[in-house]
Design a protein around this ligand. Structure first.
Ligand SMILES: *[C@@H]1O[C@H](CO)[C@@H](O)[C@H](O)[C@H]1NC(C)=O
Ligand SMILES: *[C@@H]1O[C@H](CO)[C@@H](O)[C@H](O)[C@H]1NC(C)=O
Ligand SMILES: *[C@@H]1O[C@H](CO)[C@@H](O)[C@H](O)[C@H]1NC(C)=O
Ligand SMILES: *[C@@H]1O[C@H](CO)[C@@H](O)[C@H](O)[C@H]1NC(C)=O
Ligand SMILES: *[C@@H]1O[C@H](CO)[C@@H](O)[C@H](O)[C@H]1NC(C)=O
Length: 334
């Protein structure tokens, strides 16, 4: 390259840089920027947010997304994860009114309760506050966030009962409340959701009581209830009638029901029932199902393990500790 070309190219680059940085400076909304700078300060200026420089366009900052021109480039997503950040979720998160996605994930030094100003974020579609050290209840106001599709509050220390009002969320697709200290029973209202039936993940809590019969009317794709203190009948999740259920995990509860006549949907890939008080025998129909994960150990089952399908692909640990279950992969029946 001759000198003129080099000069021209570098000039071109400088102009492009200047032009983009100038135009970008116009993108960020001043109210959003003010709120974000307060959030940064409240979190003690963590290293993770070093790009949040007041002189630059906030739409270029890390951990953020701005919407397009149709929303005047307002901040639509705030995603902070795996950082060394201590303190509470700052109230100023409620001053980002175009936020559709708010994620605080894997921040074990984040403490306190679920920030009440989140109630103002009416456009939220994804609220994920997971693997933090949040305490206190799941607030009722969450049911006012009518655009919510994902609610993930798993891996915290949340206590109290599950608000029954969560079943009024018209667009909810996933309720992930596993690994907390939630008590009380599964709300009766969870037998009806106005829109799509959400994935229900409530494992590793202290939920008790029996499952409302009405949940049997719903076609859940995923039901995870393991490691609670739930009791009684859970047969309502079975039955092949038009269901597309993929995963049922009821392990480590106190369920008692008879398996003998229950059908499993063709779609079922995961069935974990270990550590309950389930009786009866394993239906022959289950051999027709392409199960990938299967565990009925530590129950009170009896009779022959039906031969066929994937049932002999699991080892004895999927079947052991039952009352009188027999046949491959366990010892042959007497
Ligand atoms: C949490 O805070 C404590 C005390 O300041 C600190 O020692 C620890 O490294 C922090 N942990 C993480 C994951 O940031
Ligand atoms: C987190 O930050 C605290 C205080 O700034 C520091 O003492 C600690 O070593 C950090 N922890 C990690 C895991 O970086
Ligand atoms: C966060 O939770 C962990 C696990 O329960 C606990 O060991 C730790 O002390 C908690 N940290 C804070 C800052 O509360
Ligand atoms: C299954 O779906 C069909 C067609 O949508 C419907 O007519 C039938 O009543 C359903 N059966 C059950 C048991 O829900
Ligand atoms: C089934 O559950 C039992 C009891 O928790 C466990 O020991 C066993 O490893 C599990 N089997 C499989 C295949 O995961």
């Amino acid at each position: 390259m001759d000198k003129t070309t080099t000069l021209l190219i570098s000039l071109l680059f400088s102009f492009t840089y200047l032009a983009t940085s100038l135009s970008k400076n116009h993108l960020c909304n001043q109210d959003d920027k003010n709120a974000l700078l307060k959030i940064k300060k409240a979190l003690n200026n963590p290293h993770q947010l070093v790009s949040w420089d007041p002189e630059s366009d906030c739409c270029s900052w890390y951990c953020l997304d701005c919407g397009d021109a149709t929303v005047n480039y307002r901040v639509t997503a705030l995603t902070i994860f795996a950082a060394n950040i201590s303190g509470q979720i700052p109230p100023e998160v409620g001053d980002l009114p175009y936020l559709e996605k708010l994620v605080f994930h894997k921040l074990t030094n984040i403490t306190g309760t679920i920030q009440p100003t989140i109630a103002k974020l009416k456009k939220l579609r994804d609220l994920t506050l997971s693997w933090t050290n949040l305490t206190g209840p799941i607030p009722d106001f969450i049911s006012q966030l009518k655009n919510l599709e994902i609610l993930d509050l798993s891996y915290n220390h949340l206590s109290g009962s599950i608000p029954s009002s969560l079943s009024t969320l018209p667009k909810i697709l996933a309720l992930k409340l596993s690994r907390n200290k939630l008590t009380g029973s599964i709300p009766e209202s969870f037998g009806s959701f106005p829109g799509t039936v959400p994935d229900l993940r409530l494992s590793h809590n202290q939920l008790s009581g029996s499952i409302p019969k009405s949940l049997g009317n719903l076609n859940f794709n995923v039901v995870e209830l393991s490691r609670n203190k739930l009791e009684g009948d859970a047969s309502m999740f079975f039955g092949a009638n038009n269901r597309t259920t993929y995963s049922i995990d009821l392990s480590r509860n106190m369920f008692q029901f008879d398996l003998s006549k229950l059908e499993v949907p063709d779609s079922l890939g995961v069935l974990d029932l270990n550590h309950n008080g389930i009786t009866g025998n394993i239906p022959v129909q289950w051999t027709e199902n392409p199960l990938q994960i299967f565990n009925v150990s530590y129950n009170r089952l009896c009779g022959h393990i039906p031969i066929g399908g994937s049932l002999q692909e699991f080892d004895s640990y999927s079947y052991f500790h039952n009352k009188c279950l027999c046949g491959a992969p366990l010892d042959s029946c007497k």
